[in-house]
Structure formats: C-alpha cells, structure tokens
Design a protein around this ligand. Sequence first.
Ligand code: HPA
Length: 275
Amino acid sequence: MPASDQKVKDAVAAIQTMCDRRPRIGIVLGSGLGDFGDGLHNRVEIDTSNIPHYPVSTVPGHAGRLVFGQLVSEGKTSADLLAFQGRIHFYECNDLEKVIFPIQVAAELGIETLILTNAAGGINKAFRPGDLMLIRDFINLTMENPLRGISPPRTASAGNGLDADLLSLARSIAHSSGVQVKEGVYCWTKGPSYESAAEIRMMALAGADAVGMSTMPEVMVATQHGMKVLGVSCITNYATGLTDAKLDHQEVTDVANMVKANFTELLTKIVLALP
Ligand code: HPA
C-alpha cells in the first residue's frame, strides 16, 4: 500500500528546503553501484535521515543519500539529475510502502525519466559476472503488487512498465560506444535468502535471464506515476547451481565495484543522450 500523499509531500518539502534544483531525471543506484553518485558535478547531497518519513536502508553498499548534480563528459554537461544512493529492499522491512517511498518522492519532485539499477544473479548461461543487462521484461515471483490499495482505484497499466524508446536508446548507445550489454528478463524474488538450485532451474525454464530482490515494484509505481523507466542490472554472480561457488553479499558488492567503469560510461552516455 502506498504512503499517504501527506508523508510524501512532507518529505518533498524538506528536500526542497535543502536543495532548490528541479531535476527531471532520476537514477536509483543498486548494491555496490552507489559510487556513481559521487562522480556527479555541482553536487548537493542530502542524507536520507534528514528527510521525514524516509525509510532507512540497512544493507551494506546502500548509503542512504540523495545526490543532486550533473554528469560531465567529453566537454558536455548533462541536465540536472537526482541520484538515489541506496534503496530499501522488501526483505529488509517486509513493507512495500517503504520500498516504493523513494519513487513516490521522485514523482512528487517532478522526475520524468527514471533509471533503476540493481545487482542481480545471472541465470542465462551466456552471462558472466561483470556483465550489464538491459531489462527487457519481468517475472514477478513474489506475487506482491505495490499498486494494491491505491485510492481511488486506478487500473495498473498493462505490460511491464519499461519504456520501449528508452530501451532502444540505451541499446543503440551501448552499441555505438562499444560498451558490451546483454538484454533479458529480470525475475523479482522476495529474498533475503538466495535461491535454491532447483528454483533457478525453474526460473530458467520460465524465461528468466537474471534474478534479484528489487526494482520491479519501483518500476510498477514509477510507471503508474507516468515516468519513463529504464532498468539496468549488473550481473554480479552466477545464480545458485550454475557453479559450485557459495553466494554472499560481499561477492555481489565486489563485482559491482569492478564493473563501475563500464556502468558509469553507459549511464553517462544514456543521460547525455536523453531528450
Ligand atoms: N539472487 C538474488 N539476488 C541477487 C543475486 C542472486 O543471485 N545476486 C545479486 N542479487
């Protein structure tokens, strides 16, 4: 169930007293990818603990900061953007209201284009840790839906919520700039446990290419608010059963750190190309 409009408005009013920027582009930075926000120029940083009602992330690699700024590359400066360093996962709080609060704040702040990033396990056998995957579609294995309880009732849009034009822009930028990207279907699970090998085999049969514990509810809510959404996964590990290795969160953040250069290049080029 979404947070009350008043809580969102309180949060936005507080943010706007701390920063007078009005970005239209937002980026949510997933596990280990938060450093991207530190590369922004003309930064204004807001610790989320200073924002009323803002949920606290408890996962290592999720800083809990909003960073306003611009990207500068090859002599070009991007439009203002807002990076969310860290997110709140369903498994931390068992409360979708908290998970989607940042997205409701983004909508109220006037964000029109949202890039959601995450760390994910690779199911597709052609994927390697360190690969970037543009999300083409979702499978929801949680059976949860953050749009339930929205009042007055609105009909959730059909389809997966991802913006076809943004996806094709991201694809063509990756190709023209030589950044290797994969493309695929992201399967949303509740966590916090990683999957069993049998579950991964089931997901593969269902057509999933990657698995993770975030992003899909945020996409659903962002779309409901009329935002254009792109999803990018950083494949941090082979999903359970694809190798003998035992999964841990440290591996996820280590690989996300390794892929930082490619990730930053791709995101910067996409943002600079946005209309
Ligand atoms: N499973 C679920 N979530 C994840 C994984 C995984 O293998 N890697 C990173 N996030």
